[in-house]
Design a protein around this ligand. Structure first.
Ligand code: HEC
Ligand code: HEC
Ligand code: HEC
Ligand code: HEC
Ligand code: HEC
Ligand code: HEC
Ligand code: HEC
Ligand code: HEC
Length: 245
């Protein structure tokens, strides 16, 4: 045996021993790896076992329907595709024990998370700029989170007479409501060409505030009998932007 070993060249012996050490290490490591990582069948079973052991956190929207009318309300609205738990957080625990309260975030940020203007959002997705879109108020004062309504037809005059509204907003008449000078039937806002708004019909109308004998104090006065003579006031002054110079 000794002689036999002597016959083998040293170099071969060295390579051989390195090989043996390598095999031993590989076998040792393999024996340390748990069976579930080596056998795909066992691996699958172990994974299922591990996941099932996690506590259930999300209940799913159907569960909420048992106790909350919001489920029915939301079903047909714009938020129909949002799960309750998108906004209220994981609520399985709450479904089982109502002492545990779900998340209830009323802040604007809860909504701008999805509705903040961002050019990368899909075309047509309703977006707003929170700096100018009714700042300082909670979104839910105007939009029901469970049934956010599409843009309503704005009810005021500026919905259809925006130019006039903007003009007046920077004029000396800024303080006057449209309806100070125009009597408007509600129906005008629905069928404006059928039910017309009225406009003042004579000089005395403006005179209520601008005639020398007017009781309104803060307005500049003119002598109605001589100023502009026979012409209507609005033949010289644009009523939505009365300027003198
Ligand atoms: C077994 C009945 C039941 C189920 C199921 C249930 N809730 Fe509730 N929930 C309640 C009760 C009761 C209250 C307390 C009502 C109250 O305080 O007026 C409540 C309150 C809430 C509140 C208000 C919390 C607050 O701070 O005022 C939210 C939000 C809510 N639930 C969401 C959910 C969601 C989302 C689900 C489904 C994942 C759900 N609930 C499932 C019974 C239930
Ligand atoms: C887009 C986010 C959002 C979604 C989706 C949503 N909620 Fe809400 N929920 C809110 C907000 C915000 C409030 C607070 C409303 C308030 O104070 O007027 C609220 C309030 C509630 C309340 C308390 C009662 C109330 O009206 O103040 C309950 C209960 C509730 N939600 C249940 C649900 C259930 C059930 C679902 C799913 C069917 C759901 N919510 C889906 C945002 C949402
Ligand atoms: C997780 C994302 C998400 C959150 C959070 C969210 N929304 Fe929405 N919202 C949507 C989706 C999706 C639609 C439907 C868009 C569509 O129909 O194309 C929508 C639609 C709307 C619309 C209707 C716009 C239209 O087209 O007329 C309003 C208003 C609205 N949401 C308000 C709110 C308010 C208020 C909150 C906060 C309480 C809120 N949203 C929170 C995703 C969200
Ligand atoms: C004072 C009432 C008010 C408040 C507060 C308010 N909105 Fe609106 N919102 C409206 C009205 C009215 C419209 C429809 C007319 C318009 O576009 O201005 C609208 C339209 C929208 C639309 C549809 C825009 C589109 O292009 O289709 C979304 C989305 C919306 N609001 C989300 C929000 C969010 C999010 C908040 C809070 C950050 C919020 N709103 C706060 C009154 C309000
Ligand atoms: C739904 C859109 C709409 C709304 C809202 C609306 N108007 Fe009009 N208004 C019109 C249209 C369209 C005309 C033009 C009618 C025509 O030429 O036959 C008009 C005409 C007028 C006229 C001119 C009448 C005339 O004889 O020349 C006045 C004044 C007027 N509107 C005032 C108002 C005031 C004030 C409000 C708010 C209280 C208002 N409108 C709201 C659409 C609207
Ligand atoms: C100081 C009184 C006064 C106020 C305030 C006023 N108007 Fe007028 N408006 C008039 C008079 C007078 C006319 C007729 C002008 C003419 O025939 O040249 C008129 C004409 C109009 C007309 C039809 C002709 C035109 O100029 O386009 C519309 C529409 C109108 N007003 C809408 C409005 C709206 C909307 C507001 C509020 C934003 C408003 N008005 C505020 C006095 C007023
Ligand atoms: C309800 C009261 C009221 C009525 C009605 C009224 N005005 Fe005025 N008017 C004012 C007030 C307030 C001012 C601004 C005074 C100031 O800024 O010091 C003003 C300012 C003016 C000015 C001066 C502008 C300037 O540059 O100094 C003119 C011109 C004018 N109005 C014309 C008219 C005409 C024309 C009518 C009729 C279509 C009319 N007003 C109806 C209240 C009224
Ligand atoms: C023929 C054109 C014309 C007519 C019509 C006219 N104005 Fe003037 N108005 C002017 C001119 C020009 C001025 C500026 C010079 C001046 O003060 O006389 C003026 C000035 C004013 C001033 C400002 C006075 C001040 O002291 O600042 C008021 C207010 C005024 N007008 C109201 C009216 C009223 C109300 C009527 C209708 C009863 C009317 N105007 C009709 C041309 C007219």
């Amino acid at each position: 045996m000794k002689r036999l070993l002597q016959k083998i060249p040293d170099s071969l012996l060295r390579v051989g021993s390195v090989f043996i050490v390598f095999i031993t290490v590989v076998l040792l490591i393999r024996s340390l790896i748990p069976a579930s990582l080596k056998n795909s069948e066992e691996h699958r079973n172990a994974t299922v076992e591990r996941e099932v052991a996690h506590p259930v956190k999300h209940a799913g929207s159907e569960v909420c329907a048992d106790c909350h009318e919001q489920y029915e309300l939301k079903k047909t609205g714009y938020h129909k595709n949002l799960a309750c738990e998108t906004c209220h957080g994981a609520a399985q625990a709450h479904s089982e024990d109502q002492e545990i309260k779900p998340v209830l975030n009323r802040k604007r940020e809860a909504c701008t998370l999805c509705h903040l203007f961002n050019p990368s959002r899909p075309t047509g997705f309703p977006q707003i700029n929170p700096v100018v879109h009714n700042p300082g108020k909670q979104c839910i004062t105007c939009h029901n989170p469970h049934d956010p309504k599409p843009p309503r037809v704005p009810k005021d005059c500026q919905a259809c007479h925006e130019q006039i509204e903007r003009t007046k907003a920077v004029s000396p008449h800024v303080q006057l409501d449209c309806t100070t000078c125009h009597t408007v039937n509600e129906q005008h806002k629905i069928t404006p060409r059928v039910v017309k708004a009225n406009i003042p019909n004579d000089r005395t109308f403006c005179g209520k505030c601008h005639a020398n004998d007017s009781k309104i104090k803060e307005t500049p006065k003119v002598d109605l009998s001589t100023h502009g003579e026979k012409y209507l006031c609005w033949e010289c002054h644009y009523p939505h932007m009365p300027e003198v110079n």
